[in-house]
Design a protein around this ligand. Structure first.
Ligand code: TRP
Length: 462
């Protein structure tokens, strides 16, 4: 690349062929897709989804979840991608550019949500790092329940949280292509191979049938319960990383006009596929040792107690599989944390005109500090998860759907560029869903989540 003065540009990864300020871009289409899948696939897939499915209707839940993904998740994902790619700005600037000053606060809500989520997400990720190290050095604990108590909060939890935020910040500092994309290209295939391997191995265990039955036993009655609809929708947003501008920010680094509709389908499909396979891997292992009693409730610690118990009981093979599973969890958490931090970092870069290095240090440092609270108190962690994970995300997605459906100009054109004809024909349906279907559904989900959060806060208080 040659600048107008005939000298090579200093930053070859910056694409300055387009109008506007130079902006970093992805090295390849695959790099973008893997980074987005990396953002989507995380603790939500390998830890939250299998539980929620097992205790909210099994196979019936899975069907409901797929429908929500297609008619609610995918359209909102496309809305984020359209804003990001058309403005090529981080959330605050992107909403200001496409909607005027009045919409900038939505971008700020996104950034605040990113802050909050990463602060506790990294605490949980820290537990997984600690379990992995434990498993490597001493094997799985004899009394996982007690061990979870030691690991979950206190000085150790603070240390591993700080370590995890530090590693995340280092990768984000590396930039879009050399940091985020490179990490995703190495880590995501690793995660997929490990998980598929474990699922295949799990299918050979005695008792795998009971495991599948526990996971997928269809219970249609459960679906008539509105709180399960809310839970499924909340999970779909959390899992797809929607409602706080993560996908928007990643799309802002796309320079070429490719078929983002197709890419969105790949991202959503991979996200669901990995969550589903995680359940196929986990439940036979738990069934083989009849540990269903330990996982009866989907509490924060359940998986961290039941799985180590099973791995420990299975001897050497169990230990090896357990370590691999923990590696997959750490990898998934890391690529998700990267996207959460990138939203905050890129916003500081764009709004305050800071360098990437400074912005990442500043935002990573602030998140490290806030996260000390959930690292010291499981109650605080639970409240933050309800507040940011359920309430803020759903609210953010609701406003975003209203914005793109009713206010933003040129969104449909943006999605038509470079698209396959089949998707172009579906765009009126997309618009219709954003305008008339998604807002009322999200409103219901929002109120249900607020009620649940208030209930949780009430429980916390006594
Ligand atoms: N999707 C991730 C998971 O399933 C978590 C995550 C990453 C996220 N970035 C996000 C959730 C942005 C909401 C918004 O674990």
């Amino acid at each position: 690349m040659i600048s107008h003065k005939g000298q090579p540009l200093l930053q070859p990864e910056t694409d300055s062929g387009e109008p506007g300020p130079p902006r970093e871009v992805w090295g390849s289409k695959l790099g973008f897709v893997l980074a987005a899948v990396g953002s989507a696939v995380g603790l939500g897939n390998m830890w939250r989804f299998p539980y929620i499915a097992a205790d909210s209707g099994g196979a019936a839940f899975v069907v409901l979840y797929i429908l929500l993904l297609l008619f609610i998740g995918l359209p909102v994902l496309l809305a984020e991608l359209a804003i990001g790619r058309s403005t090529r700005l981080s959330p605050i600037g992107a909403l200001r550019a496409s909607g005027g000053k009045r919409w900038a606060p939505l971008g700020m809500l996104f950034v605040a949500t990113g802050f909050l989520i990463l602060a506790y997400y990294s605490v949980i990720a820290g537990w997984t790092v600690r379990y992995a190290i434990d498993a490597l050095v001493t094997g799985f604990p004899a009394d996982p329940g007690a061990r979870f108590g030691e690991i979950a909060s206190g000085g150790g939890a603070v240390f591993f949280h700080l370590l995890f935020v530090g590693i995340t910040a280092l990768i984000v500092m590396g930039g879009v292509k050399k940091g985020i994309e490179r990490a995703a290209v190495i880590l995501m295939p690793t995660l997929i191979l490990i998980l598929l391997g474990i699922a295949i191995w799990a299918a050979t265990l005695d008792g795998c049938r009971e495991g599948y039955a526990f996971y997928l036993r269809p219970s249609v009655d459960d679906l008539l319960n509105p709180s399960i609809l809310a839970r499924a929708a909340g999970q779909a947003f959390f899992s797809l990383s929607l409602g706080m501008g993560a996908m928007l920010t990643y799309a802002s680094y796309l320079s070429r006009r490719e078929d983002i509709n197709g890419e969105a389908c790949v991202i959503a499909g991979a996200d669901f596929g990995i969550a589903f396979v995680a359940g196929l891997a986990i439940f036979p292992i738990i069934a083989a040792l009849s540990l269903f009693g330990d996982v009866g409730e989907s509490t924060i610690g359940a998986l961290f107690i039941a799985l180590p118990t099973a791995f420990e009981a299975m001897g050497g093979v169990g230990r090896a599989v357990g370590i691999l599973f923990l590696v997959a969890l750490v990898v998934g958490a890391l690529t998700s944390a990267i996207s959460l931090l990138e939203v905050v970092t890129s916003s500081v870069m764009d709004e305050l005109k800071a360098s990437r290095r400074k912005a990442a240090l500043l935002t990573g440092g602030a998140i490290a500090l806030i996260g000390i609270l959930p690292a010291l108190s499981l109650g605080a962690l639970d409240i933050m998860d309800h507040l940011a994970g359920d309430v803020f995300l759903v609210f953010g997605a609701l406003l975003l759907a209203l914005f793109v459906g009713w206010r933003m100009k040129g969104a449909t054109d943006e999605l038509s560029v470079g698209s396959r004809p089949i998707f172009v024909r579906l765009l009126p349906l997309w618009r219709f869903l954003l305008r008339f279907v998604i807002p009322p559904v999200l409103l219901i989900v929002f109120f249900t989540s607020v009620m649940a959060a208030l209930k949780a806060l009430g429980i916390m208080a006594d």
